[in-house]
Write a protein that binds this ligand. Sequence first.
Ligand code: DX5
Ligand code: ZN
Length: 218
Amino acid sequence: MAMVSPSILSADFAHLGSDCRAVLDAGAQMLHYDVMDGHFVPNISFGVPVLKSLHKALPDAFYDVHLMIDDPLTYAEPFAKAGASLITFHLEAVPDAVPETIAAIRAAGCQVGISIKPGTPAEAVYPYLDDLDLVLVMSVEPGFGGQKFMPSALDKLSALRAERDRHGLHTLLEVDGGVNTETGPQCAAAGADWLVTGSALFKAKDPAAVIDTLHGSH
Ligand code: DX5
Ligand code: ZN
């Protein structure tokens, strides 16, 4: 069964706590927390203090933190202290400091993921697979919710799944961007373990039905 990680970028920020509680009650396993710095991506979202408040309101939730920022090395510890469970950083942000960044996130007490943008090949993360809990394949250019799914992500997921299995590893595969009840099952079939979904879930009339459909995919 694929797990569902709702991107709370599509929530109503005036009611963030109750929107998050609603998707967890509807069956989602975790919350996907998109951090944007206006440099690595052309948008600014939210940072450490909002996560801290959310964690205080919903202390038992698993926080799947996606850092779309230039300097993940500096911010790993503050996000960990604020309640992050898993921190994913972008390979493109720190191409020459990947081992250090992985080590800093682990030292802060979190699980570790690496994300790749649509233009980065799957092979770029192969050297690190053994040290990672998760690889996040972007199926849109990072920066905004509500974009159209790029099918090229499916080949990357298949390639990563094959590489992972070839080495007998357990690295989880996550996909993010344009995931809905049509594209989500395609991603799960290609090898995704976790499906991030934002607009398709928060705009749905029946969010539990969306989550059920995504859970049913494999
Ligand atoms: C995009 C973010 C995504 C996004 C997903 O940069 O990383 O998590 O919010 O939203 P949808 O599902 O609407 O594409
Ligand atoms: Zn994301």
